[in-house]
Write a protein that binds this ligand. Structure first.
Ligand SMILES: [Zn+2]
Length: 201
């Protein structure tokens, strides 16, 4: 039993200082799936695509990014993450936003080139965001999905110096040469752009 002390002992202070100096490598590994350090957007969870589905950028020559490309998955959030983990699929996006709560998965680092636009030049200069849903089912475009996606796009625009306008935040259907129609006629561009502007302030 210890007597009450008015001040922490010198020994205890030294022990605290020693613990603070322990290198990270000596600390136990974080549990699997807790690799939150890898994300570029603070609230995203790291759900990596297989490296067979994107191009790793040269770390010494960062790529300039001047476009955000908006997609709709045409399948579920869970299946989209599965597709990105499957080497045979040859497809990926940087982010996937879940319909019901706006949860964001980051699958490819922003520095790397995801394969989402179907156009190599557009892939090299863009960040791709997938949204869970179907182009003909507007109920999937929830308030939470718009809000979280807008905060993500605002964060990307601020960090990369991308203007917040329709020339730089585009739909997949606007990529030259694509036959894709997403995000489709039900995507509310007016509401989305206003939300991005608000979040970017
Ligand atoms: Zn698309």
């Amino acid at each position: 039993m210890e007597r009450a002390r008015p001040m922490p002992s010198r020994r205890r202070l030294l022990k605290g200082a020693a613990l603070a100096a322990v290198p990270y490598a000596l600390l136990p590994d974080p549990p699997a799936g807790a690799e939150t350090h890898a994300v570029d957007h603070a609230t995203a969870e790291w759900q990596p695509a297989t490296s067979a589905n994107y191009t790793t950028a040269d770390v010494l020559t960062p790529r300039p990014v001047d476009l955000v490309i908006i997609h709709v998955t045409q399948t579920s959030y869970r299946k989209t993450l599965g597709v990105f983990r499957s080497p045979a699929k040859k497809v990926s996006a940087h982010y996937v936003v879940r319909s019901r709560d706006g949860n964001i998965a980051q699958c490819v680092r922003e520095a790397d080139i995801a394969w989402h636009a179907g156009n190599w030049e557009y892939n090299t200069r863009s960040i791709g965001i997938e949204h869970e849903g179907w182009v003909d089912q507007p109920a999937y475009f929830t308030g939470a999905l718009y809000q979280q996606s807008a905060a993500l796009t605002a964060d990307i625009c601020v960090r990369h110096g991308i203007p917040v306008d329709r020339a730089h935040i585009i739909g997949h259907h606007e990529v030259p040469g694509t036959d894709h129609t997403d995000p489709g006629p039900h995507w509310d561009w007016g509401h989305y752009l206003r939300s991005v502007e608000q979040a970017a302030r």
